[in-house]
Structure formats: structure tokens, C-alpha cells
Ligand binder design. Structure first.
Ligand SMILES: CC(C)(COP(=O)(O)OP(=O)(O)OC[C@H]1O[C@@H](n2cnc3c(N)ncnc32)[C@H](O)[C@@H]1OP(=O)(O)O)[C@@H](O)C(=O)NCCC(=O)NCCS
Length: 212
């Protein structure tokens, strides 16, 4: 499903992100300008719902808007040198294993706030960028991971301890000295994991409200 870069009405303008609607049933609205935030949000939500989204979230609404806060997105960082050692290893995803990895990713991230649904096209892009990995520990696959440069894009556990293994194995291969990631403030399990490994919140990047 194509995004709408500029959706304009007499109440304002927004960028409608519809790429996750087919898989996760979610759509995202970045408000660019609003004369009447409530009215614009209602119009955006109606458009996204007509395009197949069951849940619609917006950011950039004026502070006094009355929609319920869904989540904040936080940046967290840690010094690579201070992270614990791990025996876990990364196994790069190949053309043969891509479908399995994408299926696992979409299963684990369906309920994660603001997660991106990987369409077949995005899956191919991830493969080409060499950003996707299985995480291997003590003879079994314990997680999946995605990242590039100094940034962790995604980690998920497929066995107890898999989340920790995924963060540490990926961080070891990423560029330092600082490792960074983005997390939804309402994702308690992810926050607990990152904090236990020494990641600290450095910035609030966005506030997302549920609209419609
Ligand atoms: C965030 C996350 C990695 C934290 O992990 P953790 O609390 O440290 O958990 P552990 O590493 O001890 O592993 C437990 C996980 O392994 C899963 N698991 C255990 N045995 C499993 C098995 N045989 N097959 C598949 N999964 C299994 C559990 O379901 C649990 O995952 P869940 O929290 O999604 O329910 C984990 O909750 C997760 O994968 N969440 C979904 C993806 C996510 O939110 N990622 C972070 C985004 S920023």
C-alpha cells in the first residue's frame, strides 16, 4: 500500500504512512501543520481506515489535543565497550532463509507499538542491505536481530535469554563507540532488557496518539 506524502484538507496537512496496514492493520499519521488538530486527525483516521487500517496513530498533534497517548518513542544508548560479553553469534540471513526470518519477525513484532510490518518488498531490501540475522547460542537459534552502523533496529527472542543474546551479539558487530536504539516507552519487556544491559534513555523522539 502506497504512503500519501502530503494529505491536505482545510484543517491542515499530514503525511499518511500506510505501508503497515496490510500486515499489521496499523497506519501512522505525521501531522505537518494543523489549523484544527482534532478535525484533521478525524479526517486522516477516516482515510486510513478506508484504506484498511484498523488502528491509526498520529504524531505532531498540538500538545493540547485530547487523543489518548499511545506511546512515546525513546532513544536509548550504551557504550559498546561497557556491554557484557556473550557467546552468542550472528548468522546472516540469506536468500534461502529470508522467508523464515521475515515470518518470525512479523510474528514477533505484530503487537509491538510502532513496529514496521515487513512486506515481501521490504524483506528483499533488508536482505540486500545485509542487516538481518539469526542469533545462535549453545547450538540453537535463540533470536533474530536487525541493525546497521551503530544502530540496533530490532531484536526478538525465540527462546529464554534470546533477547539478551540478540542485543549483545548484534552490538558486538556494530560500529562503536556508542550503540543506539529506539524503543516504545510502553514496551516494558524491551525496556527492562535494555536497562539491564546498561542502555539509558537519552532523548524522547516522538509522542504518538491513538486517533479515530
Ligand atoms: C523484547 C524481548 C526481546 C525481551 O526479551 P526478554 O524479556 O529478555 O525475554 P527472553 O530473552 O528471556 O526470552 C523470552 C521470550 O522468548 C520467547 N520464547 C521462549 N521459548 C520460545 C520458543 N520455544 N519458541 C519461540 N519463542 C520462545 C518467549 O515467548 C518470550 O518472548 P515474548 O517476550 O515476546 O513473549 C522480547 O520480549 C521480544 O522478543 N519481544 C517482541 C519483540 C520486541 O518487542 N522487541 C524489542 C523492540 S524495541
Amino acid at each position: 500500500m502506497k504512503d500519501i506524502p502530503l494529505f491536505t484538507t482545510e484543517n491542515g496537512a499530514a503525511n499518511l504512512i500506510l505501508g503497515c496496514a496490510p500486515g499489521f492493520g496499523t497506519a501512522y499519521v505525521r501531522v505537518l501543520s494543523a489549523q484544527d488538530g482534532d478535525a484533521l486527525a478525524r479526517e486522516c483516521a477516516a482515510f486510513c481506515q478506508a484504506a484498511g487500517a484498523e488502528a491509526v496513530y498520529a504524531t505532531g498533534l498540538p500538545e493540547q489535543e485530547s487523543w489518548p497517548l499511545s506511546t512515546e518513542i525513546w532513544r536509548m544508548t550504551a557504550q559498546k565497550a561497557s556491554l557484557p560479553q556473550s557467546q552468542a553469534e550472528l548468522i546472516p540471513v540469506t536468500a534461502e532463509t529470508l522467508e523464515e526470518w521475515v515470518t518470525l519477525y512479523n510474528r514477533k513484532f505484530r503487537a509491538v507499538p510502532n513496529a514496521v510490518w515487513l512486506s515481501p518488498g521490504l524483506g528483499q531490501a533488508v536482505l540486500k542491505a545485509r542487516e538481518a540475522f539469526f542469533v545462535w547460542l549453545a547450538g540453537q537459534t535463540v533470536g533474530i536481530a536487525k541493525g546497521a552502523e551503530n544502530e540496533i533496529h530490532a531484536v526478538a527472542a525465540l527462546a529464554p535469554g534470546g533477547g539478551r543474546a540478540a542485543v549483545l551479539a548484534l552490538a558486538r558487530e556494530l560500529a562503536g563507540p556508542e550503540i543506539t536504539l529506539e524503543v516504545a516507552s510502553v514496551n516494558g519487556k524491551a525496556l527492562a532488557l535494555y536497562q539491564s544491559l546498561g542502555f539509558r534513555k537519552t532523548e524522547t523522539l516522538a509522542k504518538w496518539y491513538k486517533i479515530g
